[in-house]
Design a protein around this ligand. Structure first.
Ligand code: UVW
Length: 325
């Protein structure tokens, strides 16, 4: 984590800055070898500012329990947890063994090597597939984030806002929230986006999923069957995030954008955010309790501390995150 001069960061309309880089990409803004993208907006000064937001000592866990989704979404497999015993050594005690663990089985940060651009065949900053799969030394590895994802968090409760306006959407469909909804909800919350915010957006999907029956969960889990709400995947959304210097965006829905999204569509948010801007996407975050507290005290900003897995060469990670107020 390092200080940056926010005034020197180009506006979205002036991207790309690097000759030959794709349109609307930030490639080169933080240097040709940069692997952090928008996480560069998180600074030591921002950490100190974020710590000042801790005022009442309430801590909100943002991760789902491991294996919360039964079965996990997108055809991902559940982890197998075994308690190992020390009995054979005459000792009363245990270890855990967690087999078959998929780092994206529940709440997760999509690392920047999760999805590369469909046409450019490259990840953020032009990283190629073989550079990602280079073992523990792989480029864009999630372990590099292990001490980088700390800063000011802002919650937009767009679910609550649209419900209050009498136009709730069904989170278990592919309906989308518009950027205007996010802006209006922020305004209604009297909250602003300062440079270097970790933006959390409550869409209502996780609550709706948890309220579904076991049969419904089983039916909606496969990638081919899942339908989920999300945020519009437009250039305008990417521009708003970049120009506000959002460091990462986490939501309580499965893909941040709606699911399904069309892999052939270059306008998909996974391409715009992960591959073009280097903007981490957070999915299936637990936000309901935090949202209730924000509504109760009228404060939608807090400190976020997320320590992704120290997995060298890793692609993604549970956020291992808390919001502290
Ligand atoms: C895909 O979009 C394929 O996965 P995720 O939503 O987990 O990033």
């Amino acid at each position: 984590m390092a200080s940056i001069d926010f005034k020197k960061i180009p506006r979205f309309k002036d991207l790309p800055v690097k000759k030959g880089a794709p349109a609307e990409s930030s490639w080169g803004v933080f240097g040709d070898d940069d692997e952090f993208g928008c996480l560069n907006f998180l600074t030591p000064e921002g950490v100190i500012e974020a710590a000042r937001l801790v005022q009442k000592g309430r801590v909100f866990r943002l991760d789902t329990p491991i294996n919360y989704a039964k079965p996990p979404l997108f055809n991902r497999q559940p982890a197998k947890h075994t308690i190992l015993s020390f009995e054979q050594y005459g000792l009363l005690g245990h270890d855990d063994s967690l087999d078959n663990y998929n780092t994206q089985e529940g709440s997760q940060w999509d690392g920047l090597a999760h999805i590369g651009h469909i046409r450019h065949r490259a990840f953020y900053n032009g990283v190629k597939d073989d550079q990602v799969k280079d073992g523990p030394g792989g480029k864009l590895s999630i372990h590099k984030w292990a001490n980088r994802v700390v800063g000011r968090g802002v919650l937009i409760d767009v679910r609550k806002f649209t419900q209050a306006k009498g136009r709730p959407l069904d989170p278990l469909t592919s309906a989308t929230y518009k950027v205007a909804d996010l802006k209006d909800a922020l305004g209604a919350q009297n909250t602003d986006l300062k440079p270097g915010s970790i933006l959390l957006v409550r869409t209502g999907w996780l609550g709706a999923y948890l309220a579904a029956s076991a049969e419904q969960k089983k039916a909606m889990a496969p990638l081919e069957a899942l339908k989920s709400c999300g945020i519009e995947a437009t250039s305008g959304f990417a521009e708003w995030l970049w120009d506000n210097r959002v460091a990462a965006i986490g939501t309580d829905c499965p893909a941040v954008e709606q699911w399904p999204w069309d892999f052939k569509d270059e306008g998909a948010l996974h391409y715009r955010a992960l591959s073009m801007l280097g903007l981490p996407l957070g999915e299936q975050f637990v936000l309901d309790e935090l949202a209730s507290d924000c509504a109760a005290d009228g404060r939608y900003e807090f400190m976020v501390v997320s320590a992704p897995m120290n997995l060298e060469g890793g692609i993604a990670s549970p956020p291992n995150a808390v919001a502290i107020k």
